[in-house]
Design a protein around this ligand. Structure first.
Ligand SMILES: [Zn+2]
Length: 251
């Protein structure tokens, strides 16, 4: 008699692998001492693809399949309330070798809510992710990239690293085609680059294979954000700041 089909997600072995993978990421992030990052090491051809705002159900599932086929590790800055809707995607992100980041719980612009609510927006997502995969993430990205000095202090005090970006093709703009997204990524790419993309957009998902292929042709290696930071540490302590990564605010 054939065995009944069982969802692998419900097996203890699957759960164990998710928890182990998330723990690995958390261990690596523990060593990160910087509280804000605007670029990786400009002397190394490393690049971090980042995907914000998800997870978005089927679309993020499609994106994960593309990234798996291409063997590209990435970083997903997820929204807490969305993570709760799609826990299976959070598990898959971790299991596929990607890294999770915190993109707040409600995706409010942090400059537009009372300062007293900023820590809660971050910590609710941290706690949600601990509930889903067993370990926290220290990386965060403010919605819209909006923050100010007071918000940055809270980000640092609460133990997060503010991950900004070098390369923004504005893939969320109405009418953006895959070709345009690819063109803009390639126009602005720099060694140590951090590329801002979004996880639920068909044009972005369709652009990823071409972006990956062109960057590989130019000698780039794909890394998660924490690997980018880790591998940049040796050089970037020379930057004129208490942190080890160069620190001008991204626009
Ligand atoms: Zn966002």
């Amino acid at each position: 008699m054939p065995m009944p089909n069982r969802d692998p997600r419900t097996t203890p072995e699957y759960r164990r692998l998710v928890v182990l993978a998330a723990k690995d990421d958390a261990e690596r992030q523990k060593a990160i001492r910087v509280t804000k990052v605007v670029t990786g090491d400009p002397s190394q051809r490393l690049v971090a693809l980042t995907f914000d705002d998800g997870p978005h159900g089927e679309k993020t599932g499609d994106l994960l399949s593309v990234l798996r086929r291409l063997r590209v590790p990435s970083t997903f800055f997820v929204v807490g309330k969305m993570a709760l809707r799609f826990p299976e995607l959070i598990e898959r992100i971790v299991l596929d070798g990607h890294e999770l980041g915190n993109h707040t719980y409600n995706h409010y612009r942090l400059t537009q809510i009372p300062l007293t609510q900023v820590a809660g927006e971050l910590n609710s997502t941290r706690d949600t992710l601990i509930g889903l995969v067993g370990s926290p993430t220290r990386l965060m990205r403010p919605p819209g990239g909006e923050y100010n000095e007071a918000i940055q202090k809270i980000i640092a005090r609460e133990g997060y690293t503010n991950m900004l970006w070098t390369d923004d093709p504005a893939d969320y703009k109405a009418g953006r085609t895959s070709e345009k997204i690819t063109e803009l990524v390639m126009r602005d790419i720099t060694p140590g680059g951090i590329v801002l993309l979004h996880s639920g957009l068909p044009a972005t998902i369709a652009a990823v294979p071409e972006i990956v292929s062109r960057l590989r042709t130019q000698g780039y290696t794909f890394v998660t954000c924490s690997e980018l930071i880790q591998r940049g540490n040796g050089l970037l302590h020379l930057q004129n700041h208490s942190a080890r990564i160069s620190l001008t605010a991204a626009t």
